[in-house]
Design a binder for this molecule. Structure first.
Ligand SMILES: Nc1ncnc2c1ncn2[C@@H]1O[C@H](COP(=O)(O)OP(=O)(O)OP(=O)(O)O)[C@@H](O)[C@H]1O
Ligand SMILES: [Mg+2]
Length: 409
């Protein structure tokens, strides 16, 4: 059982849990070691699903299916699934390649905390890498050449992993579908990254390539603006904001953003899916053409350096000159020493117990029809509780952040 997990625990005699890496709505991710013959050992990530013994069999079936399909997806921009099974106590484990680095939420937070703007060329470059992974999944075919697309369904900052070696990989392909099923049977378990959900999903459309593109558009918009795009004091309000679809111009948020980049992001976020990029490839090409306007390097080397610098800012690895972070002074807390990522859950509105799952979209739709027709939604921004303010906006309330003017390192 996942409840018994602790550093040092051996799962099926093979995977040794090292330390917790993070926790999502339905699972906990561990850094772990797989041991082989002699002194062979390799780091892996192990996702432990908190499904419990009484989990709905249809969830288990769907989860197994998603793991099976996901394992067939092999691409440098997709986190590889390596193994899936049940431990001695019947607990599920999903073994994935380990990405040493940060997720995109943490990367953006590190800039925000340091009162720096995220370098837009790197954000665009990450977008291109993620789109390559999406494209491979969307264009998947069976062995006999039949289209068999895999839709991600949960493109969000925490599912984009950035390696210290300068890679960007998308993880948790398709798992959202199984997780939604699980949350139906566990009302207090949160799914609901509603703020990344395309508006047509609210009205019952099926997830497809264009809904993944919308999700990535939100991620990029937020990484550049360093605040949430669709906010509200509860999920209903977030859904209303998504449905209203007002996308502020990024050039108004930050003066260094090229108008062409804003245009690309606006197109990825078009309310009408027909007006969006139709394929991940199309959007990747558009971002690549924006990148041609800058002389900034955006290959693995600068991205890796920025991830290492971000880790140092977050106290996850010793500061280096590349990190640009000063060494700790005598008597000051040693921020360079590895520290547990304790504050993350507190900042994420999607972890609130009031959040709804994607499967609750229909319920909300009914509520909308019954109580709050969309045409009566106030046009003014709704007051936002501190707990659900922007991901990065409410991060450090003691500093007013001149994010629009500060030049990056
Ligand atoms: N393969 C991996 N290598 C390194 N770290 C990982 C890996 N997979 C996940 N993580 C870390 O663990 C965190 C938790 O992952 P998890 O997928 O459980 O939650 P989440 O992405 O925040 O939410 P959700 O439940 O919606 O997926 C991630 O955000 C990331 O920081
Ligand atoms: Mg995840």
């Amino acid at each position: 059982m996942a409840d018994l997990d602790a550093p040092g625990r051996l799962i099926v005699g093979k995977y040794e849990l090292v330390s917790p890496a993070g926790e999502g709505g339905m699972a906990m991710v561990w850094k772990a070691l797989v041991r082989g013959a002699g002194s062979f050992q390799k780091l892996v990530a192990i996702k432990r699903i908190q499904a419990g013994k009484n989990a709905d069999p249809s969830f288990i079936k769907m989860f197994e299916e998603e793991a099976r399909v996901g394992s067939q997806l092999q691409h440098p921009n997709v986190v590889q699934i390596m193994d899936f099974g049940r431990d001695e106590e019947g607990g599920y484990y999903l073994v994935m390649e380990w990405v040493e680095g940060l997720d995109m939420f943490q990367w953006v937070r590190s800039y925000h905390r340091a009162m720096k703007v995220t370098p837009w060329p790197l954000v665009a470059a990450i977008g291109i890498e993620v789109l390559r992974g999406l494209s491979a999944a969307h264009d998947r075919t069976t062995d006999t050449g039949e289209p068999a697309p895999i839709i991600h369904r949960d493109v969000s900052p925490s599912n984009i992993l950035l390696g210290t070696n300068g890679t960007a990989k998308l993880t948790d392909f398709g798992l959202a579908r199984a997780m939604d099923r699980a949350s139906m049977t566990r009302p207090n378990v949160i799914k609901g990254k509603l703020a990344y959900c395309a508006p047509e999903l609210i009205t019952g459309a099926k997830a497809n390539a264009r809904t993944d593109i919308f999700g990535l558009g939100v991620v990029i918009w937020e990484a550049l603006a360093q605040k949430r795009l669709f906010t509200g004091k509860n999920d209903l309000e977030v859904l209303l904001a998504v449905r209203k679809g007002a996308i502020p111009s990024l050039t108004a948020e930050r003066e260094d953003i090229p108008a062409a980049l804003d245009t690309v992001i606006q197109q990825s976020l078009a309310a009408n899916p027909e007006e969006r990029y139709q394929t991940a490839k199309e959007m990747a090409r558009a971002l690549a053409s924006v990148l041609r306007s800058t002389t900034e390097h955006t290959d693995a080397e600068p991205l890796g350096a920025s991830v290492r610098a971000a880790r140092a800012r977050l106290g996850k690895e010793p500061a280096t000159s590349a990190g640009g972070t000063a060494a700790p002074t005598a008597g000051a807390p040693n921020l360079a020493a590895p520290q547990p990522d304790i504050d993350r859950g507190m900042e994420e509105p999607e972890k609130s117990s009031e959040d709804l799952s994607m499967s609750d979209v229909e319920v909300v739709e009914v509520e909308l029809r019954q109580k709050k027709p969309v045409d009566r939604v106030p046009t003014q921004p709704l007051p936002i509780e501190p707990a659900v303010r922007g991901l990065w906006e409410g991060d450090d309330k003691s500093v007013a952040l001149p994010l629009t003017r500060k030049k990056d390192e």
